[in-house]
Design a protein around this ligand. Structure first.
Ligand SMILES: [Zn+2]
Ligand SMILES: [Zn+2]
Length: 333
């Protein structure tokens, strides 16, 4: 029962994670997916249920809500509880170095600090008071960001590299994307916090995966499992092979193995996303610009999009970690 419950829970978490990462940035894809599915299953799913699903998806992905913040904290809490409850104790018994074992906790403290900063900080909301200031920060490239454009919702002039976030209903300077996991936009003023949050999250998942793997390998080596035999279904003695070893570890430490599988997958997904974010930071592009650049020019336009904002690696990083207009709020006080 323990094994089955954990297995189902594991599958559900993986499914949620993959759906979130693949589909959350563009709610339209989710709606399209659901519409496509609901068309196929319209004979068995009533219109009322279809509407309820779309409303739920709209609420989850297209309105500001703290559901994913809680989900994030619950997942993080569960992984660290398992790490503390089982792995930390076992590893101490096996006399692992304490510095090595407390590394995930140190990363957790830094991660939670930057997670909070990303959630609560102003990403660079454009208002009537700071509109003129933001208009001077970046040059208009006249391709993706034409001069003299206004936001029809906020009725403010659009500075270059800004975008209106439909979830938060505001224009954001150097808009990158809206992240549901922090329930906030990522823009000029909090991109640095988001990047450090992402780095520490990846590092904490990778460090837990590394400690857990070393623990299991150490256990196999210490108990000399490879040199032992087992009796198969036909009553013959068999040497323990890799497949049997995995099965044995699954049954002996189900929670540790499930958690290890989850954090390994998470480390690769987060690692991939971190590499992409670092590439964007190094080349001074936002996710919004990168996505639009992939499909530019639209059929009606003939201009070729070129990134005019990159001024070298260090200068590009400096722009993220020391944003030019971040002192604006302090100046007002
Ligand atoms: Zn706007
Ligand atoms: Zn937003």
């Amino acid at each position: 029962m323990d094994f089955l419950v954990l297995f189902l829970f594991y599958l559900a978490l993986l499914l949620i994670g993959v759906v979130m990462i693949c589909f959350c940035p563009e709610i339209h894809y989710v709606k399209g997916l659901v519409r496509g599915r609901t068309q196929i299953f319209s004979c068995i799913v009533s219109e009322c249920v279809q509407r309820a699903i779309l409303e739920l998806l709209h609420y989850l992905f297209h309105t500001r809500n703290r559901i994913f913040i809680f989900l994030h904290l619950i997942l993080q809490g569960m992984i660290y509880t398992e790490y503390t409850w089982e792995i930390f104790g076992y590893c101490q018994e096996l006399e692992f170095s304490l510095n090595y074992l407390i590394l995930p906790y140190m990363l957790l403290v830094v991660n939670l600090a930057f997670f909070t900063l990303t959630c609560v900080s102003n990403p660079g909301t454009i208002t009537k008071a700071n509109e003129l200031l933001f208009l001077q920060v970046y040059a208009f490239d006249e391709v993706m960001f034409p001069v003299n454009r206004s936001c029809p919702t906020c009725e403010l002039r659009k500075p270059a590299r800004s975008k209106h976030c439909s979830v938060c209903d505001r224009c954001v300077h150097r808009f990158d994307h809206h992240c549901i996991w922090v329930n906030n936009c990522i823009g000029a003023w909090n991109a640095r916090y988001f990047l450090i949050y992402l780095m520490t999250l990846t590092a904490s998942a990778a460090s837990i995966a590394a400690v857990s793997t070393v623990f299991l390998v150490h256990l196999v080596v210490v108990s000399d499992l490879y040199s032992k035999t087992y009796i198969d279904d036909l009553g013959r003695a068999q040497v323990i092979d890799f497949a049997f070893l995995i099965q044995y570890l699954f049954l002996t430490f189900p929670r540790i193995v499930f958690m290890l599988g989850f954090v390994i997958i998470l480390s690769f997904l987060l690692g991939g996303y971190l590499c992409f974010s670092l590439y964007l930071a190094a080349t001074n592009q936002t996710t919004n610009e990168w996505c639009r650049g992939q499909t530019w020019p639209p059929p009606a336009k003939s201009h070729v999009y070129r990134n005019i904002y990159s001024h070298g690696f260090w200068s590009n990083l400096g722009e993220i970690f020391l944003p030019a207009t971040a002192y604006y709020d302090r100046k007002k006080k």
